[in-house]
Ligand binder design. Structure first.
Ligand code: ASP
Ligand code: MG
Length: 421
């Protein structure tokens, strides 16, 4: 059995959905779990809907709802010849559920409400794609990941209950394959023990593919992308990128961790544990080899890869009495940061100060100042970039830092990390 994951860009319009069918048709002998994300930028649009529900903003709610309906209806109109097809009523039901949420009572937990609404993007996309599969003669079955993936109640960033999920998936999905070669399900979503919907974090559909593969002992996973594979740099910013043909799980985990956006960082660990290879391939040129991520580290060092994180803030803490920063201070600093939900991209200590680098968009500078200022002198420097170079060499360092001021550098045997201004 194989697991295929199609992201938002690969189902962004009717032509893209037709292309998905073409790809599935390349594998007539396989059993395939097809994991699909919300279409195009639907998740962002649904985030606006959540805010409108939360703030009871009727104008914004109905405007956005109309936009989301129109977007999906246009895709339906291209895919299905008859407006009487049952898919239209199925989607109407989902939209009606959104309206119910708007009109009804909501809890005082924003993240919980967020998950109930935002998850519907994946529900809609899978209903459409799976219907279209059947329309074109593929023998497929729609399955609801909200009853297969069990998580905790940490809404918007839910953690997987692996034992329970494995049991649910094996019990419910395996028998389906006796009758259908293709199962279509949603990325990104799961459920709590009380059957409330959860989401696994933005861009979490890759992770879902990893979860299904792990639980079903799949032969391999393919993530179909609009790039030819994993590249050594982001093609949005660099033209002469090189494809990594074959790299190890560890290497891919490091690259994803440092911010390579091709694969969600949580995806790889379960696959590595069961030695299930992951392919990253182009949905535009599906017959090309792409990148293979697998156990062997033999080919890891062939090309230096570099990853930029933009919009970084460097924050440094000094004790108010000019004493050295010792372990007890560090303990306190970490506790406060953890309480504030701050995620650290890089850190460094010296005798008198401790510095961290964070994503400006993910922190609230004022609350950090409020929480630390009594005990520490806090300074910060905004608008920075962090570049991470795996398998660095001098030419690559020069290339990526050209014309910029280096504020801080950290090197180990394999990785260079440089903060740039
Ligand atoms: N639709 C979700 C998002 O946009 C999940 C995903 O695409 O992986 O974040
Ligand atoms: Mg996506």
């Amino acid at each position: 059995m194989k697991v295929f994951k199609f992201g938002g860009a690969s189902v962004k319009d009717a032509i893209a959905v037709k292309n998905v069918v073409e790809i599935i048709r390349l594998f007539p002998k396989d059993k395939i779990v097809v994991v699909i994300s919300a279409m195009g930028k639907t998740t962002n649009a649904l985030e606006v809907i959540v805010d409108a529900i939360w703030t009871k903003n009727e104008t914004v709610f109905y405007e956005k709802l109309a936009e989301i309906k129109a977007f999906h209806t246009a895709i339906l109109d291209h895919l299905f010849s008859s407006g009487a097809h049952t898919i239209y009523t199925e989607l109407d039901r989902v939209f009606a559920a959104m309206e119910m949420q708007f009109k009804g009572e909501i809890s005082d937990n924003y993240n919980r409400e967020y998950d109930q609404i935002v998850s519907l993007g994946e529900v809609i996309s899978t209903l459409i794609v799976e219907s279209y599969f059947r329309e074109t003669g593929l023998h497929s079955k729609w399955m609801d990941a909200r009853s297969l993936i069990r998580t905790n109640t940490c809404f918007r960033d839910a953690e997987i209950d692996w034992n329970c999920t494995e049991e649910l998936i094996q019990k419910n999905v395996l028998p389906i394959f006796d009758q259908y070669p293709i199962v279509v399900t949603q990325g990104f979503i799961g459920h709590t023990p009380e059957y409330l919907t959860t989401t696994l974090g933005r861009e979490g559909s890759d992770f879902t593919a990893g979860i299904f593969a792990y639980c079903l002992n799949a032969e391999n996973v393919t993530i179909w992308k609009d790039v030819p594979g994993m590249l050594n740099a982001d093609p949005k910013y660099f033209t002469d990128t090189v494809k990594l043909n074959k790299i190890s799980f560890n290497e891919a985990i490091e690259l994803a961790y440092y911010g390579a956006s091709v694969i969600h960082p949580k995806t790889l660990k379960p696959l590595q544990n069961k030695n299930i290879p992951l392919f990253v391939k182009s949905f535009i040129e599906p017959l090309k080899a792409g990148t293979e991520i697998q156990q062997s580290a033999e080919f890891d060092t062939l090309v230096p890869s570099f990853i930029f994180k933009l919009n970084q803030t460097l924050i440094s803490f000094r004790t108010r009495d000019f004493s050295f920063i010792v372990e007890s201070h560090l303990g306190e600093i970490f506790n406060k940061l953890s309480a504030l939900g701050v995620k650290i991209n890089l850190m460094q200590n010296s005798a008198l100060s401790f510095s961290i680098l964070v994503d400006a968009q993910k922190i609230n500078m004022q609350s950090i100042l409020d929480s630390f200022q009594e005990q520490f002198e806090v300074r910060y420097n905004e608008g920075l970039e962090l570049v991470t170079i795996r398998h660095y060499d001098q030419p690559t360092i020069e290339r990526v830092t050209a014309g910029k001021e280096k504020l801080l550098e950290q090197f180990d045997r394999l990785t260079a990390r440089i903060i740039l201004k």
